[in-house]
Ligand binder design. Sequence first.
Ligand code: ADP
Length: 799
Amino acid sequence: MTSLFPQIDTPVQESNKGPFVAVAIEQGIDRLLDYMVPAGLVRSLRVGQRVKVPLGRNNRSVHGIVIEVKHSTTYPRLKSLLAIDDDRVLIDPKLMELALWMSRYYITPLGTVLESIVPSAVKRKTGVGTVRMVRALKSRAELQESFESTRAPKRRAILARLMLLELNEGIELPKLASESGCTPATVTKLVRAGLISITAEQDMPRFADAIGQATVPTEIDIQLNEGQQKVFTELLPRLGGGFSVNLLLGVTGSGKTEIYLQCIRKVIEQGKQALILVPEIALTPQTVRRFTARFPRVAVLHSGLSQTERHRFWHQISTGQADVVVGARSAIFAPLPQLGAIVVDEEHESSYKQDTAPRYHARDVAIKRGQLESIPVLLGSATPSLEMYYRSSQSDRNAPPASPDPRADSQAEPAASPEPIYHLLHLPRRVRNLALPHVEMIDLRQERTFRSGVHLLSRRLEKLLGETLAKGEQAILLLNRRGYSNFVYCASCQEAIHCKYCDTTMTYHRSAGADPGTARSAEGAHTGQLHCHYFLAVNPLPEFCPACKKKLILFGLGTQRVEEELKRKFPDLSFERVDSDTMRSSKDYEATLARFAGKTIQVLLGTQMIAKGLDFPNVTLVGVISGDTALALPDFRAAERTFQLITQVAGRAGRGDVPGRVVLQTLLPETPAIRFALKQDYAGFAAEELGLRKEVGLPPFARMVRIVIRDTDLDKLHARSEDLAASLSEAVLEQGDQVRLRGPMPCPISRISGYFRNQIVLISPSPARLQKVLASLRHEGALAKSDRIAVDVDPVSLL
Ligand code: ADP
């Protein structure tokens, strides 16, 4: 294992006697450090434990995880381990393998990877008492011998008490001390003499209450329809075990979740456990209830948990007390002892990608974990990522994939197997023969010619909204941009107001609580603030242009502006705005959804928070205020995102008995993403977009790595970027023409929070060669300065 992490080559010193431990330091040093093990700790030490070790010239005490216990070391001078911080094995061997893979694949120090695998509540032992347990390291006869050879009365008393213990039995330190008539410090001295060990252990019995005993399943499995049955029958043999990746491409409302539930049932029947990943946004009571209503022992890991709850769940999961774990991104590391299957719902969601180190994608980690555990992985989406769609459609045609599988790195490439690993499964129709909603397009360019003034709702959308409400039905309006207007522009200077610290325009937000009537001051000027969505800076809106003192224009649109228009056009309407400004916590969000379900709210207006996963049968109208918001982003996935967002939100309509309608407003009606979204034609969109990506050699036809370099000083930034590019170029040249290097160039957002940002992008059809370039750089330590250089393997955003 340790060979992956270069160590200094020096001969073994005779004076060092094993065993030794290789420790991954949590602070993210990009190699393992070896330590000696004090005699008193040898017996209790295990791989996967969290330990304290001295680091650096001052021997600062730091935490790390034991990666290997071994009998030789190449380090000349070794320090000693200080203590075992936690007796439990926090990382079992399979999770350890996963962590090693992540460290290699995502070019991240192993310690950093492990830090994100173990929840901080577990590391801090939040909510659990710890006891210091003393154990004898010598046989009773040896203790007797020490007893007889010592004259110190206190030590004799301690030894006498220890001799009463059974083999491996422990006694709490304070108890031993008081029973021997001495202080704990006196007992501790026996550690140095090699007679006893003292370890911190949890008093776990406090966790006696098992998961889910409060929830009693109330639902039985639904009778699958013909299409679902076909999919389920195909999946059934794979649920028995063996690695497979199954992409379930099912239109919105086609009953994908029901398939997950019945697969999980099969897994539990085999005495195994299932792990379900959902986007954080979907962790609403609505989704959660579908699992708790079906199975008794479900652990739900959501962001609203207290630290104590988090720790309790982790403990219960690791001891096999949960059959099912449902959670967002980081739940992929749930320590289930007998994992039988992993489900990733809405696998295309970019929230599965973590944007700090380790920059992992939970779906890709799920696939790797599935491979390591030899179990099936089930991915579901109505709008799969092109990566997964391409791979599974290739694989099932039994043709060799045109590009190597980026999921596997060079060392872990699975041997050629007769059975393809990836499978594509279809659910092309909605359940109960419900129709997919009818989407109509409104060309906003023409719309402008019909009426003067600003109208964010077209005449058609207004009319349909009125009709929907009159029938007592509900509607969802999507605008994927919060705030009031996204530019504040001076027509005379021809400049938008920018954030002082970022290369971004400031978004105007109306004052909280202000309604349209009072949003303007007596002089008719707007009151409110300018927000930077990156730096989170907030400034008052100047009344006049700071440069030329002329009047400012509010340009572009946000959810607040639609809110204003709705209030004006539908004065009696009860609606709520759902965006990250109004939804401060998951509780707000849940409460709003509950009001919507109870029909006290007629319309939800919001950002992508309302576009996904919601299943309200009374919603018959969906309005997309602007289908174009994501199209202009300088990111090769702009079209894919646009298609996904529109298709997903359209899918919220018509899930009950009344057919749904969708109004898609756009300024760019000819754009393929818009045209295919109009027909909700995933296959058509994928074929078109894959054609383009293939032509220019972008993912999924190549693997991409993005390196972002940042600095507050522009000159230093350029110098460092050039240095890095130079050493990268050398490594790139060695790979022939297989790896392309672009940059250094400024990031599309060239400055965030006072940091200037440059990027270097590496693209290659060969993951192995790309990995080689990065490995050589890693070897030189060039990528170690983690706060200035961020390596993003398989980036999902290029801004
Ligand atoms: P998806 O996950 O594909 O959006 P869901 O699994 O949420 O679809 O199914 C949509 C709705 O249809 C749910 O209310 C679900 O309970 C119901 N449903 C699923 N399968 C069936 C079936 N075979 N017969 C009747 N209703 C079903």
